[in-house]
Every structure is written in structure tokens, then in C-alpha cells.
Design a protein around this ligand. Structure first.
Ligand code: MN
Length: 504
């Protein structure tokens, strides 16, 4: 039975690894025996599905073992000790991490454990990235089977998914999971908007289908004629949630969205990417200023590709995305792909790992000689350039390292910044100039009226948001003083003029 399970994961496991996974499979199946999901299926079908989802992007044996076992301590009589005995402490540690994360609740802000739980989440995030990978796969399967729950519960889980889990998947560069989590959650949280956006997308797709096919054909034959090597050309339609967000940004104007339809060209090397770009621009009129080279400058989550917006022969706008097969895989699998390559010893291009955190991992990996050491290196703080702090109500604020109370206040609300006269950090009085650290809870003490902001604030404000607002205030304030001076009549000033100005 575990054979089908192993076949569902695109990886050649060694005999030894197959045996471990087979054992975990049978162990979990027995542990959950008799338990049913809301759908009526055997509970174990969930554990299995989570491991299969995870296996698509991260076929690492201890992590897959833990995925199979992830609901055992919470939902069965079998203890973590037993798991340690059977599968060792590494697997048990991962299962324990997932169990703890399962207790985290996000949206019930009247819950006094709210803030504490969020902290736990982020601490767990920084301790071992594999716990988060299992939790994301778990959430993805729960989202796929959400329809069996009561509506209220669906709503709560979907909101949490949209705000928390999809965001984490995005941060880790796992776009395949991020996209699916977003679309599944969007449908539940905003059903009306989902239906409208989906309809819009479907209508446009049917109108554009033929022209996209024509462009693809045209391009394929040009690439062949000119002897440019490529692996694959495929069409991609923008995801519903992604379109919705972009439409909001452009006030619903569909004509402003240039990447509704894209053709992806997958090639073997970075050099080929630029060759293809040249060819594309010779055959299709590019839109000026719309070439985005994420190969030379990757996105912060590591995404690499060249995007260019062009017109087809009938003047319709669409986008080309050019990337290597490696970049393509990394776009889907993010951090998980990186691990996979290092384990498989696959070739990699010199530019494949440009994201700062990925680069950092590379450096570690070069220094480490065995997989265990590399795994330990994975346990770094992926949010090391950011800190997560909390409002007294438990809302999270994501700020750069070194941020101060001033940055925090302006990130909550501009007005809060302008009325701030003091602050408490973790319940203790603090200066508004104090630096914040991971997990701090900050309460801003407000003045009734706007306070006078001094130039010193600029020195302690590190976010561009706070700096811009303070600068603007200072400029307006200076202008205000000049204006008031101008408005004053000379006679008003007279009594204060020094005697030597007065007429004798
Ligand atoms: Mn689960």
C-alpha cells in the first residue's frame, strides 16, 4: 500500500529510505485507524496527502516521515516519546514543531494567548524551516478539502490562510503553494469578488485563446529557423487572486494589466535567456520601459526571470517570461528547490542563487561537508533582516532590523505618529527613540493634540514611511512659521522691535 504512496512522489528513494517511509506509512495508518475526516474519508488519507504534497517540492526523508506522522500526538493516544523511539529524535522534533504550530490561533484577538501564540509561530519559523514546510502542506490539503467544514470555520481558516500562510509561502519563494493557497482562500473569503474576477478572466481567456496560440506558433518557428535552443514554451494565465489585487491597484481598469496572458519560454542557460529576449524583440514590438530583468536583479524572495511586454501583430498586449529550467523550478519550489538541488548534486548556474538568504545558505553549504550540517544551517532565521513586533491587540508589524518606536507608530497609523508622546515596550515605559526587538509588544501613549515633532525624530526613523511623513511635517511646519510671520502686520511686531529700529 505504501508503494502507491512512494510512486506519487517524483523521487527515487533508496531501499533504506523506502523502508523508513513504508514503516512510517503503516505506523500512521494504524495510529489513526477508525478516525474519520469531516468528508467521511479515513483520517489517514489526510496525513498521506500532506506527505505527497510536500514530496512534490521537498522529497527529504525525515521531513516526509514527519509529515506522515504530523497529527499523531494531537489526535491519537500515541505519544511523542513513542515516535522518538520508533523514528528518532530528528523526526520527533519536526512532529513536535508541527503540533505546537497547530495550537497557534490568528484571528481571535480577544484571546489573551493571541500575542504569545504568534510569537511561537515566528520563533518556530526561525528554528527549523522544515516545520513550516510541513505546516504549509498541511494547510494546503486542508484548504483543498475545506468544503466539508461549517461555513464559519471555513471563513476563519481561509482568512488566516490569506493573511498568514500564503504570505509565508511567498516569503519562502514557493509560488506554486502561494498561488493555490491564495486562490482557494480568496474564493471563500470574498466569494462575490472571486466570481466576478473569475468571470472576467474566463471571458478574456476565450477571446485571447487563438491569438496566444498564434503567437506561440510564430515564436516556435522563429526560434527553430534561427537555431535558438529552447526546452519549452507554455502559456500562463494570471491567477484569479493576483488579477483581483492588480485590478484594485488600477481601479478596475483591465487595459492597464499587461501580464494577464504570458508565454513562458524555458531555456537551458542564462545566456540563452538573453538570446531569446533579442529574438522576441525582433519579432514582436516591445513596449518601451517594460523589460524587467529579474535575472540580473532577482526579486527579494529569489525569483529570477526576464519579463518583457510586447504587442502581437494585431496590437494586443501580452508578456513574455524567459527563464532557465532551474529558475523555473525554483520559482515553483523556492527554498525547497534549493535544498533538493544540493542533495541531488544537480548542476546550477552561477546566478541561480542571488537572493540574500539563499546566498547565505550557499555559503554555509560550501563550508559544510555533510547533509546533517547543512540541515543545521537551514535552521537560520529566514526573517533575519526583518523583525516582527506586535500591537497591544496582537496585530503583527513587520519592520526592518534596527527600527525604533517611531517607525512602529507610523507603521500602525500616521495619526498615531503625530500624536505620540511616549511608549511602553512589553509593559514597561520606554523612549520613543528605543530600538525594537523580535517579539516586542509596543503600546503607544497618545496625546490629545498633535505633538510638536523635533528634527531628532529623523535620526531615529529608519523606515522610509516614517521618514517621509516626518520630513513632510517638518517642511509644512517651516512653511507655517514663514506664513505666520508674513501674515503678521508690521504694527504687531512693533512693540517687540529693538529700540534702535524705532523712530525717534
Ligand atoms: Mn494535519
Amino acid at each position: 500500500m505504501s508503494n502507491n504512496f512512494l510512486l506519487a512522489i517524483p523521487h527515487n528513494f533508496s531501499q533504506e529510505d523506502s523502508e523508513i517511509l513504508g514503516r512510517a506509512f503503516e505506523f500512521a495508518k494504524k495510529a489513526h485507524h477508525g478516525q474519520k475526516r469531516k468528508s467521511g474519508e479515513e483520517y489517514f488519507s489526510h496525513s498521506q496527502a500532506v506527505a505527497v504534497i510536500l514530496g512534490q517540492i521537498f522529497p527529504n526523508v525525515p521531513t516526509l516521515t514527519a509529515a506522515l506522522l504530523h497529527d499523531i500526538p494531537e489526535d491519537t493516544q500515541i505519544t511523542l516519546n513513542k515516535i522518538t523511539q520508533e523514528f528518532g529524535s530528528e523526526v520527533a522534533h519536526l512532529v513536535d514543531g508541527v503540533t505546537k504550530l497547530g495550537k497557534v490561533r490568528f484571528h481571535d484577538s480577544t484571546d489573551k494567548f493571541y500575542v504569545e501564540n504568534l510569537r511561537k509561530l515566528f520563533i518556530a519559523t526561525s528554528e527549523d524551516i522544515r516545520v513550516i514546510l510541513i505546516k504549509l502542506a498541511d494547510r494546503l490539503h486542508n484548504m483543498r478539502t475545506l468544503e466539508f467544514l461549517a461555513h464559519e470555520k471555513q471563513l476563519k481558516i481561509a482568512k488566516e490562510t490569506l493573511e498568514m500562510y500564503a504570505a509565508i509561502a511567498a516569503r519562502l519563494g514557493i509560488s506554486s503553494w502561494k498561488d493555490e493557497l491564495e486562490d482557494l482562500a480568496f474564493k471563500v473569503v470574498y466569494p462575490k469578488e472571486y466570481a466576478e474576477t473569475k468571470q472576467l478572466l474566463d471571458e478574456e481567456s476565450s477571446k485571447r485563446d487563438q491569438s496566444i496560440k498564434d503567437v506561440k506558433k510564430h515564436l516556435e518557428s522563429s526560434l527553430r529557423t534561427e537555431g535558438v535552443k529552447f526546452l519549452e514554451i507554455s502559456g500562463r494565465v494570471k491567477r484569479v487572486y493576483s488579477l483581483f489585487r492588480k485590478l484594485q491597484k488600477y481601479n478596475g481598469d483591465l487595459s492597464k494589466i499587461y501580464d494577464l496572458f504570458a508565454l513562458r519560454i524555458i531555456v537551458r542557460s542564462t545566456a540563452d535567456c538573453y538570446t531569446v529576449l533579442g529574438l522576441v524583440h525582433r519579432h514582436f514590438q516591445p513596449m518601451p520601459g517594460r523589460i524587467k530583468d529579474y535575472i540580473s536583479t532577482p526579486k527579494p524572495n529569489g525569483y529570477q526571470s526576464i519579463h518583457t511586454t510586447v504587442f502581437d501583430t494585431s496590437g494586443r498586449i501580452f508578456e513574455f517570461q524567459i527563464r532557465t529550467d532551474l529558475m523555473h523550478e525554483e520559482a515553483d519550489r523556492g527554498i525547497a528547490a534549493h535544498w533538493f538541488y544540493s542533495e541531488e548534486g544537480k548542476p546550477e548556474s552561477a546566478t541561480a542563487f542571488r537572493a540574500p538568504w539563499v546566498k547565505e545558505l550557499r555559503a554555509w553549504q560550501d563550508e559544510t561537508t555533510n547533509a546533517q550540517e547543512f540541515l543545521d544551517a537551514l535552521k537560520i532565521d529566514f526573517f533575519r533582516d526583518r523583525i516582527f513586533v506586535f500591537t497591544p491587540k496582537g496585530d503583527i508589524k513587520d519592520l526592518p532590523v534596527g527600527a525604533s518606536v517611531i517607525d512602529f507608530a507610523f507603521s500602525v497609523h500616521t495619526d498615531l505618529g503625530f500624536h505620540m508622546m511616549g511608549a511602553k515596550i512589553n509593559g514597561k515605559m520606554a523612549s520613543i527613540y528605543d530600538e525594537l526587538y523580535k517579539g516586542d509588544v509596543i503600546e503607544i501613549i497618545k496625546n490629545k493634540n498633535p505633538v510638536k515633532i523635533s528634527r531628532d525624530w529623523l535620526e531615529y526613523a529608519h523606515t522610509s514611511n516614517a521618514r517621509n511623513k516626518i520630513r513632510h511635517y517638518l517642511q509644512e511646519n517651516d512653511k507655517g512659521i514663514m506664513r505666520r510671520i508674513k501674515e503678521l502686520k508690521l504694527s504687531d511686531l512693533k512693540p517687540t522691535l529693538p529700540t534702535f529700529f524705532r523712530k525717534k
